[in-house]
Design a protein around this ligand. Structure first.
Ligand code: ADE
Length: 267
């Protein structure tokens, strides 16, 4: 996969040289280049922003440096049968679509991703309209809070996407049983010693009974998700659950109607 990041603070992306993503770059699994937006300006002051039309606080990023930068990094990748596949342009913004694990999986299938890091009040909207001719444009938000710019969001998204690329995570099994891989939060984990400061590891984990362990972990996922992220259970398919799992949900205060979980009014 090829990734290009455009930013006025290229140094902000330095952590992408570390750990698994840094290793993936060294191993050639990920070709990641960070570009300085100011290299695509033409004035002496390397200006990237200007005052907003209509007034208001803050500054807006000027369109032309962005068009120059995006034009320079937009590669064309073959999509098979002579067709050309547009790269995906991801624009981090609190006004974007919510970035999820499902989207990370989708984006991990692409040949080229370009990240456009906005600062100030954002990028002139016409850049996104213009870019749609050359890219699949996806404004993306990490969550309902405001960062100072797109760089930190790019660190998070590149890590979430990069670890899904073949060969990046040493043991692909570890990608299967983790939070959000099945629409639920992950079960709690423990290591040695089995008794620590008066707290014992749940006995079932020491039992050697793999069926029981798998069931306990699943039920812990249900319990945690119901407690911390009940919104995730609205989309959960409870239609084909074994009886013990239905009971686990009943104990958590959920009925199952037409394969969907419904929180009991008295729960
Ligand atoms: N830029 C500023 N805030 C952001 C957020 N919440 N998600 C993604 N990019 C952002």
């Amino acid at each position: 996969m090829r990734i290009d990041v455009v930013s006025i603070f290229p140094e902000y992306l330095a952590p992408l040289e570390l750990s698994l993503i840094g290793k993936a770059r060294q191993d050639g699994l990920l070709k990641l280049t960070v570009h300085d937006l100011r290299d695509f300006t033409t004035d002496r002051h390397r200006t990237v922003d200007d005052t907003p039309y209509g007034g208001g606080a803050g500054m807006v990023m000027k369109p032309e440096p962005w068009a120059q930068a995006l034009g320079a990094v937009a590669g064309t990748a073959a999509a098979g049968e002579g067709e050309l596949r547009k790269p995906v342009l991801i624009v981090p913004s609190p006004a974007g679509e919510r970035f999820t694990q499902a989207i990370a999986h989708e984006l991990a299938e692409e040949e080229q991703l370009v990240f456009a890091c906005g600062r100030y009040e954002g990028i002139d909207e016409r850049v996104l309209e213009w870019a749609a001719d050359h890219f699949t444009v996806r404004p993306m938000s990490l969550g309902d809070y405001v960062l100072n710019g797109g760089e930190v969001a790019v660190l998070a998204m590149v890590e979430a996407i990069g670890r899904l690329l073949p060969g990046v995570v040493g043991n692909p099994e570890s990608l299967v049983e983790e939070s959000h891989s099945d629409g639920l939060l992950e079960y709690p984990v423990y290591t040695k010693p089995s008794s620590w400061r008066g707290r014992d590891v749940p006995a079932v984990l020491l039992s050697g009974n793999h069926g029981k362990i798998a069931q306990w972990r699943r039920h812990e996922q249900y319990r945690r998700t119901a407690e911390r992220r009940p919104d995730l259970l609205e989309a959960f398919d409870a239609g084909t659950l074994p009886r013990a799992d239905r009971t686990a949900f009943a104990d958590l205060g959920y009925d199952i109607e037409d394969g969907r979980l419904r929180r009991r009014a008295d729960a």
